[in-house]
Design a protein around this ligand. Structure first.
Ligand code: PLP
Length: 388
C-alpha cells in the first residue's frame, strides 16, 4: 500500500473533531452546551465502586490476568451469566466469550482478524463510524445500506444485491442504534441470520445500548435467535449500561471461530483489560442491578422527551425513537449539517454531531447526546426556542 492509499488519519475522527470545536469555542468565551459526544454524565452504580475497592486488594489484581488476552474466567463467566439472565442465551465461556477493551476495540479487531483486501463488508447505516474505518483500514469494500426514518431505519438483507451478499464477509448491525435509537424491526434479525447462513458471512450486532430504552419490552439480543451462535457475534460493554466508559471493558460473544480468530490476533496486540477491573466487573455483574437500570431508563426517557420536544418546537424533524442515548433529527428546512453545526455553535453555543459522521446519505441530519444533565438540556432548548 503506498502512502497515497493509506486511509485518512485520526484527525477526521468525529469525537476528536468535535472536541476541538468545543474547546475552541470555549476558548473564545462561549458557554458551550456540548451535546456531541456520548459520554454518560450519570454515575456508575455504587456496587461498581464497592467492587472496585474490594478488587484493589485481591491477590493477583495487579498482575497479568491468568488467561491474558482471553480475559479472566470470573469476568467471562459473569458476562455469560448476565446474558443468560437477560436474554436466556447460553454461552460456552471458553469458546464463545472474549474480554475486550470495549466494543470499539472489538469492532476494530473483528475486522482486522477476518478481512483481507477486497472483501466486502455491509454496514447498516446510519452507523457508528468505527465500523467503516476498521473495514476500510483492512482494504475491504464497504457496501452501505442506508436506512430511512419512514421505514424505522429497518435494515433488510433483501436490500442488498445477491452478488454483493455472496462476496460479503461481514455485516454490521447496531440495534438499539447509534445515532437513531432505532430498534430492530420484527423479523429483521431472523432474516439476517438466514442470509448469513445462505451466503456464509459473519453477522455482528453491536448491543452496547441494550439497557437504555423507554417503557415496553427490552430490546432483543441477536444471539437469542435460533442458529445465531453459528453465524453471529454480538458486542457489549460496561460503558453505557453502567456508565463505566473509562474502564474500557467489554466483550465479544458468539460464533466460536470468529472469537478464536480475534483471540489469535489479540494475543499479539494486548494482554486483555486491566485485571483489577475485570475482577471488579465480575463482582458487580453478579449483583442485582435492576433498580439502577430502571432508574437510569427513566432518566433517559425524561431527557429524550425534553430534548425531542424542544427540537421539534425549534423546527427540527425528530426521529421518534424509544431507545439509546441520542436524539437524531433532520435540520430545520433541511439545512446542510455542516452549515448547521456552525450556526449552532456561533449563534447558540450548542455542539452536536453532523449526520455525515454516520453515513454519507445523512447530510441534513444531526445527532444530539442525552449524556448531559437536565439543566444543560433545558438550557439548550431555551436558547434554541428563544429565537422563535
Ligand atoms: C454503537 C457504539 N458501539 C460502541 C461504542 C463504544 O463503546 P465502548 O466504550 O464499549 O468501546 C459506542 C460509543 O459511542 C457506540 O455508540
Amino acid at each position: 500500500m503506498s502512502q497515497a492509499e493509506l486511509p485518512a488519519t485520526d484527525v477526521t475522527y468525529i469525537t476528536a473533531r468535535m472536541a476541538q470545536v468545543v474547546e475552541d469555542a470555549r476558548a473564545c468565551g462561549f458557554d458551550v452546551v456540548d451535546l456531541s459526544i456520548g459520554n454518560p454524565d450519570l454515575p456508575p452504580p455504587e456496587e461498581a465502586l464497592d467492587a472496585l475497592n474490594a478488587a484493589v486488594h485481591a491477590p493477583g489484581a495487579h498482575r497479568y490476568a491468568p488467561m491474558e488476552s482471553r480475559g479472566m474466567p470470573e469476568f467471562r463467566e459473569a458476562f455469560a451469566a448476565w446474558y443468560r439472565r437477560r436474554s436466556s442465551v447460553s454461552l460456552d465461556v471458553e469458546t464463545q466469550v472474549l474480554a475486550m477493551l470495549g466494543a470499539k476495540e472489538a469492532a476494530h479487531l473483528l475486522c482486522a482478524a477476518l478481512l483481507v483486501r477486497g472483501d466486502s463488508v455491509v454496514i447498516c447505516e446510519p452507523a457508528y463510524g468505527p465500523y467503516r474505518s476498521a473495514a476500510e483500514r483492512c482494504g475491504a469494500r464497504v457496501h452501505s445500506l442506508a436506512g430511512r426514518a419512514e421505514m424505522g431505519f429497518g435494515a433488510e438483507p433483501s436490500q442488498v444485491p445477491d452478488d454483493v451478499l455472496s462476496r460479503t464477509r461481514l455485516v454490521f448491525l447496531n440495534f438499539p442504534n447509534n445515532p437513531t435509537g432505532a430498534l430492530a424491526t420484527p423479523g429483521c434479525f431472523e432474516r439476517w441470520i438466514d442470509a448469513a447462513r445462505r451466503h456464509g458471512f459473519l453477522l455482528c450486532n453491536d448491543f452496547v445500548y441494550s439497557e437504555i430504552y423507554d417503557d415496553g419490552p427490552a430490546p432483543r439480543s441477536l444471539l437469542e435467535i435460533e442458529g445465531a451462535l453459528d453465524v453471529a457475534v454480538e458486542l457489549h460493554s460496561l460503558s453505557k449500561t453502567y456508565n463505566l466508559c473509562g474502564w474500557r471493558l467489554g466483550v465479544m460473544l458468539g460464533q466460536h471461530d470468529a472469537i478464536a480468530r480475534v483471540l489469535a490476533l489479540k494475543r499479539h496486540v494486548d494482554a486483555g483489560p486491566a485485571t483489577v477491573l475485570q475482577l471488579a466487573a465480575a463482582r458487580m455483574l453478579g449483583q442485582p442491578l435492576e433498580a439502577f437500570l430502571a432508574a437510569q431508563r427513566l432518566t433517559y426517557s425524561a431527557r429524550r422527551r425534553l430534548l425531542s420536544g424542544g427540537l421539534q418546537r425549534a423546527g427540527y424533524e425528530v426521529f421518534p425513537s424509544r431507545a439509546g442515548m441520542f436524539v437524531w433529527a433532520r435540520t430545520p428546512g433541511g439545512q446542510s449539517a455542516q452549515a448547521h453545526l456552525g450556526d449552532l455553535i456561533r449563534r447558540y453555543g450548542i455542539a452536536c454531531n453532523p449526520g455525515t459522521a454516520y453515513g454519507s446519505e445523512y447530510g441534513s441530519h444531526v445527532r444530539f447526546s442525552l449524556g448531559v444533565p437536565e439543566d444543560r438540556l433545558d438550557e439548550a432548548v431555551r436558547r434554541l426556542c428563544a429565537a422563535l
